[in-house]
Design a protein around this ligand. Sequence first.
Ligand code: F1P
Length: 291
Amino acid sequence: MSYVEQEIASQPGCWTRAAEVARDQAQVLPSHGERIAVVGCGTSWFMAQAYAVLREQAGHGETDAFAASEFPAGRAYDRVVVISRSGTTTEVLDLLRALTVPTVAIIGDPESPGVTAADAAIVLDFADEKSVVQTRFATSVLALLRASLGEDLAGAVKDAEAAVTAELPFDVTAVQQITFLGRGWTYGLANEAGLKCREAATFWTESYPAMEYRHGPISIAAPGRVTWAFGEVPAGLREDVAKTGATFVHSDLDPMADLVLAQRVAVAIAQHRGLDPDEPRHLTRSVILDG
Ligand code: F1P
């Protein structure tokens, strides 16, 4: 079994531990009412997107999400939350060193420079990964952040237990393309699901806010292709996809558990293509740029 498969399967237990960390570390996480930004790169950025929507919707305060490289210098935030598995990503470290507002970093590797570059660090070493392609670190961070907003994750954990062994929702040996959709916080999950398939399987995916799909991207839908919606499905969307001949995929699982299914689809497509998902093309565990 590949490392990534083992890491995918371990997510339910990691989420339970992450929710415990949220309780233990409540004093370093953003306070109620603070205006904050959340940043990361790649997968970590997509988790930032999901958390930003959840926090604002839960009434905890204005929350923006940015790719670390696109952080708008000069904006007034009370705190910046940084997500990085490696704690070595260049854009993340550059930003941490440049910021003058309080920072908290959520990091996988306890020995990394990100831990000391931030004013406070929460280390999820139990969720760190051998794989290049992130799965359990990302979802454990989001589990921690959801728990910090007062969510009970027991249902999500139960759904994840089902998702690690459930039958995949379509034939991965026949699918040509997948478009992932989400609304609100699940748009970040859709972005992450799309990235997973590109990274692990060099497979063509796209991702959009669900209501944007009919504004052009639906032209890609066709027999042999899949449209996969996370969370709330806009009225009429299922029917509109059916008319194209594409397969519509949606699950009643917690959307984070549905992401587990998408991670498994990414690995299954890679294996079908004869690729090793632990050795993704052109990728490294962390992007460390010269100069
Ligand atoms: C972020 C990241 C990963 C991506 C790749 C390169 O890393 O962009 O999302 O899969 O491995 O690095 P990190 O800052 O969370 O360590």
